[in-house]
Design a protein around this ligand. Sequence first.
Ligand code: ATP
Ligand code: MG
Ligand code: MG
Length: 548
Amino acid sequence: NKTSSSNFIKTIVTEDLKNGKVNEIVTRFPPEPNGYLHIGHAKSICLNFELADEFNGKTNLRFDDTNPLKEETEYVESIQEDVRWLGFEWDNLRFASDYFEEMYARAVLLIKKGKAYVCDLNAEQIRETRGTLTQPGQESPYRGRSIEENLALFEQMRLGKFIDGAKVLRAKIDMSSPNINMRDPVLYRIAHAHHHRTGDVWCIYPMYDFAHPLGDAIEGVTHSICTLEFEDHRPLYDWVVQECEMEATPQQYEFARLNVTNTVMSKRKLKQLVDEQVVDGWDDPRMPTISGLRRKGFTPEAIRAFCREIGVARAVSTVDERMLEHFIREDLKLKALRTMAVIRPLKVVITNYPEGQTEWLEAENNAENEEMGTRQIPFSREIYIEQDDFMENPPSKYFRLFPGNEVRLKHAYFIVCQEVIKDAEGNVVELRCTYDPETKSGSGFTGRKVKGTIHWVDASQALPAEFRLYEPLITDEAEEDGKAFLDYINPRSLEVLNGYVEPNMKEAQGQDKFQFFRHGYFNVDPKLTTTKKLVFNRIVSLKSSFDP
Ligand code: ATP
Ligand code: MG
Ligand code: MG
């Protein structure tokens, strides 16, 4: 078991339990169901669930569904699937919309205490009168409305008497507070919109800054963990809990959000990629979504190990994408069957091998894990090798196949290239080689050595397969240039190749993972694979120049 990187929130929790500030910790993961979860959310999920697990506490999954215009049941479902897939089970499934009635009652309480008022300024006017860091805001002309008038107007808002934007409910705090969030923030807005759970029951909806602390308090959340952007909202969070006279007093803590190099991490932008059909859905393997990573072939174990390694801090930083790749290699290294696949095939005829004969050769399933045993692979007169493993006019230090050179076929024999067959345009389409029966792998042959070992598959029995190789969809350059990020789509983000795999792959199922000798780790695509053709997504190549 690896020791986890530093986590300052764990230190706080340990302290709070020790000195009796709390008896049991309760955390929550609070996604807004307006898109699919991404790797950044995984950090928050791991943090909240693992913290509660470690200290025998509880974690709720709470959908922050206070903006009906952007929220959908599809997202609610995908989020639950993704959290479970990552390996976590919530103690309670909750929705902010479960609390709309209670939130309304708390807003009425604020009005009665003279702490909230109905304001007729529109969104732009509110923004303009909010002031700046150096200038205090201006009080709304509606700030002095009587409690009776506010109660009546707020009720009429609820009853649908006003159009969207005509009125809002604002907290009455301090228009000259140095913290702009405290300058009479909006608590409720009017939106005549169908809500995915409450339907048309409500036409006013609470704002995040009002709904979130109330949700936390209602659920008895003790440690409400969010990203750093909310640091300046903390005084408002505490104000809402206190002025609404909530029994529980949850505390908000902020940590730095996860950024990963060459990775777009905003639901809004990811949704744009889906809507503009740049990708083939939220689960496109190029997407940094949990569902995209899953389809590409990442495992929950690798993602959790990654999240543990990056730790939890307040300092903003960007994690190298290769770190995530490191953890999937680590996870699959001893688990994945190592087999041969030819992704850019070139036919080789072994002229001195008897026609019509097939022999079965023994191949180990994982050179680093003997327990995975061995398998039998067919070998006959015609095989496929990789186009890259042959050069007609090689540079010095090229040890693979070229005219007159001898190489080892992995798990099989030495072959020598005798003849190169070309088509009318001069492309190499076939090689004629001879093999030496003495050199059979495992026979103990020591007569001579060769410098190159290449992989291959038997042509008559190999199964056709599609290989999908990926590069980042968008690189960090887009961000740096400040241009619309859609103008920076990498035209090589997906390369589709057609080749062959060993015949024993016939039984492979969607999501099965393999290491293809020299090519890397691959996952059977669960959507594109058919009974006729296996489709593999490359998860990651074998080499890493990175060690965290
Ligand atoms: P996005 O900006 O991508 O839409 P969000 O913060 O609006 O993300 P929410 O659904 O509100 O998305 O997020 C749910 C939880 O996940 C929040 O607690 C949020 O702080 C956390 N979270 C979102 N993105 C990241 C990230 N990159 N790193 C860590 N935590 C994140
Ligand atoms: Mg959010
Ligand atoms: Mg967002």
